[in-house]
Design a protein around this ligand. Structure first.
Ligand code: HEC
Ligand code: HEC
Length: 560
């Protein structure tokens, strides 16, 4: 009897949830959030400002959105390569010819001759390698000293921005993951300070009780996005000069107008009502927004307490904002809701193959298309008996162990046509390349993928089905996917191949000059034109205005 119950539970844990509309699934509640938060609407506005504010980075130019601006991901193409183990070309401009990174003479046969292979990753350019020195209230850019240890990010003695060692996943629908990051290291339980969860040794937040400031541990469940958000902001590769602290970051941001460098659309779905009239940034200060959003016991003790608790405010606000980034109105969702015309015949055939011969739903099932979601029984740490984290043979486990033994998150597939390049290494540029990868049983052995034999038309149908997972609100940046203006570093100009140009900033003599692209602010009704795919960017399609986010717009922000 007991055996039968255990067996049934195991079977349930590994069998995929059926596909269905995401409208049927609410973002999980955070029990106990009221202890800290008194106004959820302001919390979301604060989170949106934090997420898009270029002043947050130590250089005064790097936001969370710098790597998550495009359908929640990043489709820049220059200076986006890294590899912790091997040399790679710095400041390289990717073209379609580089993909897939591992090229076989017969893409249908993983044992065919390897024509080319590389362990490099297409990641996201973050910040320059510098050590934090000091900051001036009112100044977005901080003082630092150059550190030149990362020789891979030096070219002819000049520094380029460093690049993450994994591809940036989308933040859209990330609220449905039990744990965050490709390896699940952003914990389900938020401790108020770091991504590491309840096991981490953190001091506790300061709370005012009977006129006394005391320390209290934070333990918020269903909060991997809050855990996650405390990572990149102090990471010296992504946003920070090395050694910057939370109170220092707080001192800077609390002294600056939110989004002070950036235009905000008057009809922004969240921030429009707060936007400065005709100018840049918001009319309210971060201090005012924090006061309105959070319970007084966490800030009324004065500026020192606000600085001490800044990681709590930061994490919870970012989580609240990103929890609104739910894309549940794709043609697939409408089809599931009974609109039989929402999917073409080809897409319906693709959906059938996705669930049968190609076995995609084993790991990309349920309304989130991810075994790592709450609905799919993503277990507490996301690493147990279910398929939340799997070894699919994208790369050799020795290059990146992921959550262990080369396993990575069975990541959601919604809006996937817009989030290339694909996989944790960013090594595939197109969905056709991804389907070929699966059909041949992955690139590296000992993986969980079973090869399948489908015709070209059948594989094309699977790709067509994945294209039906795009929500038009994402494609056109309509609310809730509208956003403030953003300027993006898009690599460094070269006077001749391999020859960078010094930026001539006295404080940073080794810094290379940069290219910047501007994304205009957009309000609730979005753009008429759709987002450009990564493939289109590499092909030069859409630069004439037929697509948006083509990296050709001028940056108008007064960069510090
Ligand atoms: C320099 C680029 C960069 C910046 C800046 C950046 N990220 Fe990311 N983000 C990444 C990369 C790369 C990953 C994947 C890292 C990994 O899994 O090891 C990631 C992962 C994530 C995830 C996890 C998604 C998932 O599938 O689990 C979320 C959520 C996220 N970032 C939000 C943010 C927020 C919030 C900020 C600002 C505090 C931020 N990011 C800043 C590059 C960046
Ligand atoms: C055994 C589990 C498993 C199966 C079966 C599976 N996947 Fe995946 N999928 C994953 C994992 C794990 C990743 C991330 C792997 C990595 O990056 O190393 C992934 C990543 C992807 C990505 C990249 C998404 C992104 O944003 O980078 C796509 C697209 C994808 N899968 C499509 C499919 C399709 C189509 C099928 C069926 C042909 C399929 N998967 C079958 C586990 C699986």
């Amino acid at each position: 009897m007991i055996y039968r119950i255990v067996f049934a539970a195991l079977a349930a844990a590994i069998s995929a949830q059926p596909l269905r509309s995401l409208k049927t699934v609410p973002v999980p509640d955070v029990p106990g959030l009221d202890t800290y938060v008194r106004d959820k609407t302001t919390l979301i506005a604060l989170g949106k400002a934090f997420f898009w504010d270029m002043q947050a980075g130590s250089d005064g130019r790097t936001a969370c959105a710098t790597c998550h601006f495009h359908a929640g991901a990043d489709h820049r193409r220059q200076n986006q390569l890294s590899d912790p183990n091997n040399p790679f070309p710095a400041n390289f401009q990717l073209t379609l010819a580089q993909f897939p990174f591992r090229q076989l003479s017969d893409p249908a046969n993983r044992n065919s001759t390897v024509l080319r292979d590389t362990a490099m990753r297409a990641g996201s350019a973050g910040t320059f390698q510098r050590v934090f020195q000091s900051l001036e209230p009112g100044q977005p850019a901080e003082q630092g000293t150059e550190s030149l240890e990362s020789a891979a990010f030096l070219l002819g003695g000049l520094q380029v921005r460093r690049v993450t060692t994994r591809n940036s996943p989308s933040v859209i629908n990330a609220a449905y993951y039990v744990t965050g990051f490709w390896d699940g290291r952003a914990a389900r339980v938020f401790n108020g300070f770091t991504p590491a969860g309840a096991a981490a040794d953190v001091p506790g937040v300061q709370v005012l009780r009977d006129g006394q400031l005391v320390r209290e541990q934070v333990r918020l469940n269903n909060s991997s996005l809050a855990s996650q958000g405390t990572g990149p902001i102090l990471d010296h590769l992504e946003m920070s000069y090395a050694g910057r602290s939370w109170p220092q970051l707080a001192r800077k941001l609390l002294s600056l107008p939110p989004l002070g460098l950036q235009r905000v659309a008057p009809d922004d779905s969240v921030l429009g009502r707060m936007a400065s009239i005709g100018g840049r940034g918001l009319q309210y200060s971060y201090t005012e927004l924090i006061h309105e959003a959070f319970q007084p016991a966490y800030w009324s003790g004065g500026t020192g307490q606000m600085e001490e608790n800044f990681s709590l405010f930061w994490g919870l606000a970012l989580q609240a904002y990103q929890s609104t980034l739910v894309s549940n109105d794709s043609p697939f969702d409408r089809f599931q809701e009974g609109d039989a015309g929402a999917l073409t015949a080809q897409q319906q055939e693709g959906m059938r193959l996705f669930q049968t011969q190609a076995r995609c739903t084993t790991c990309h099932g349920g309304p989130e298309f991810s075994a790592a979601s709450y609905t799919n029984g993503g277990n507490g740490n996301g690493r147990g008996g279910n398929r939340a984290f799997q070894r699919t043979g994208v790369r050799d486990a020795a290059e990146d162990a992921g959550s262990g033994n080369g396993s990575f998150k069975s990541i959601g597939l919604r809006n996937v046509e817009l989030t290339g390049p694909y996989f944790h290494n960013g090594g595939q540029a197109t969905l056709d390349q991804v389907v070929d990868f699966y059909a041949r049983g992955g690139d590296f052995a000992n993986n969980a993928i079973r090869p399948f034999n489908l015709t070209g038309a059948q594989k094309a149908a699977i790709v067509a089905f994945m294209r039906a997972l795009t929500d038009d609100r994402v494609r056109h940046e309509r609310a809730p996917f509208d956003h403030p203006e953003l300027c993006l570093p898009t690599g460094h100009p070269e006077s001749q191949p391999g020859q960078l140009i010094p930026a001539l900033v006295p404080q940073f003599p080794r810094g290379a000059a940069e290219n910047w692209a501007g994304l205009a602010e957009v309000g609730a009704s979005g753009h008429a034109a759709p987002l450009q795919t990564f493939e289109e960017l590499l092909q030069g399609i859409g630069g004439d205005g037929a697509r948006v986010n083509t990296m050709t717009g001028a940056c108008t922000a007064p960069l510090p």
